[in-house]
Design a protein around this ligand. Structure first.
Ligand code: HEC
Length: 311
């Protein structure tokens, strides 16, 4: 096991996370939009977050790293029982179907690659080339495009704050992502490489994955092309291997228990740029689309399992 130092994010604060989830329950209860089932899911999450805090803190002093890994594995198993992302999916479905924006339209005419309004399996084939924009777009970029063209929102306003803060309720983009990806659960990942622009996007993404830079001279590959590497308690998946590459693409967006929030693929890459000490990755930028294309093509044949639930 290799350990990297100096580039890790702080261990999740169980208490803070628990407070965040509690705040979410309160907010949602106020709005009176939660069903009993949803409240049960949220309450269970609060307990799990507390358990995570205890395990991580307790095991940080444990002599054996294996004990820590076992504790985290156990925690992961506990998480499979109920995913608070269900709440975000419900919010997203509502937003998708509701008439909103200056044009007072819903998103049911949005074409995310398989025709207007077709959602089943569509996320598993993104990013892809769209003739109407003459560009390769990942899901989140396409979503913004639909909200601009169909509903009349401005792109600037939509991407100003795409990610919610820890424990805040999901942004519209996060909720809509959760809903649409849920519609692809079980679908086989098949990110197309037919159009010249799709191939070019993959090639730029691949180049970026191995490009070293920044104060630590890190590339994505520094953290993600080695087996068994960890930063503190976090295992770093070797994204050049078939299994982890499939899992990584299949399980984002995901609900992050430590942050009490639903996180999208754009968020995942934004956070890795931060870990890499690179300048901030702009939401829905060409670089982000190309990296997602690279990850998606390498995950070919995997089966979508998102929103997943993660530490
Ligand atoms: C300094 C180390 C570091 C660098 C550099 C880095 N990452 Fe990460 N990456 C992480 C950590 C830490 C996680 C989270 C692991 C966890 O939570 O278990 C992660 C998770 C991921 C995941 C999700 C994997 C999964 O199965 O959930 C993807 C995808 C990813 N990184 C892609 C990238 C890409 C693309 C780059 C380059 C732009 C990159 N990373 C650069 C540290 C890094």
């Amino acid at each position: 096991m290799t350990m990297l130092t100096g580039a890790a994010s702080p261990a999740p604060a169980g208490f803070k996370g628990q407070m965040a989830v509690t705040a979410q329950i309160l907010q949602a209860t106020e709005k009176d939009t939660m069903t009993l089932k949803q409240i049960q899911v949220a309450a269970r999450t609060a307990l799990l977050v507390a358990a995570l805090g205890a395990m991580v803190h307790g095991s940080a002093f444990a002599q054996s790293q294996d004990a820590t890994i076992q504790a985290i594995e156990k925690y992961r198993e506990m998480l499979q029982d109920g995913n608070p992302a269900e709440l975000t999916v419900a919010k997203g479905e509502d937003l998708w179907k509701k008439k909103r924006g200056p044009k007072n339209a819903n998103l049911e005419a949005c074409d995310i690659g398989m025709g207007p309004g077709v959602l089943k399996g569509a996320y598993a084939q993104l990013p892809r080339y769209f003739a109407d924009t003459d560009a390769v777009m990942d899901f989140e970029t396409r979503l913004v495009h639909c909200m601009v063209t169909l509903q009349g929102f401005t792109r600037e306003a939509l991407i100003k704050k795409p990610f919610s803060g820890s424990g805040q309720s999901a942004t519209d983009l996060e909720a809509l992502s959760a809903y649409v990806v849920e519609e692809s659960r079980g679908a086989v990942i098949e990110v197309p490489q037919r159009h010249a622009k799709e191939i070019a996007s993959f090639q730029r993404g691949e180049k970026m994955f191995y490009f070293r830079g920044g104060p630590y001279d890190f590339s994505c590959a520094t953290c993600h092309a080695v087996d068994g590497q960890r930063i503190r308690l976090q295992e770093l998946p070797n994204l050049t291997k078939e299994g982890p590459a499939k899992r990584a693409f299949a399980t984002w967006p995901a609900y992050r228990v430590s942050q009490g929030a639903l996180r999208t693929m754009q968020w995942r890459l934004n956070d890795c740029f931060r870990q890499q000490r690179f300048p901030e990755l702009k939401y829905s930028s060409q670089a982000s689309i190309d990296l997602i294309t690279f990850l998606g093509v390498n995950a070919k044949g995997g089966s979508m399992d998102s929103p997943a639930i993660k530490r």
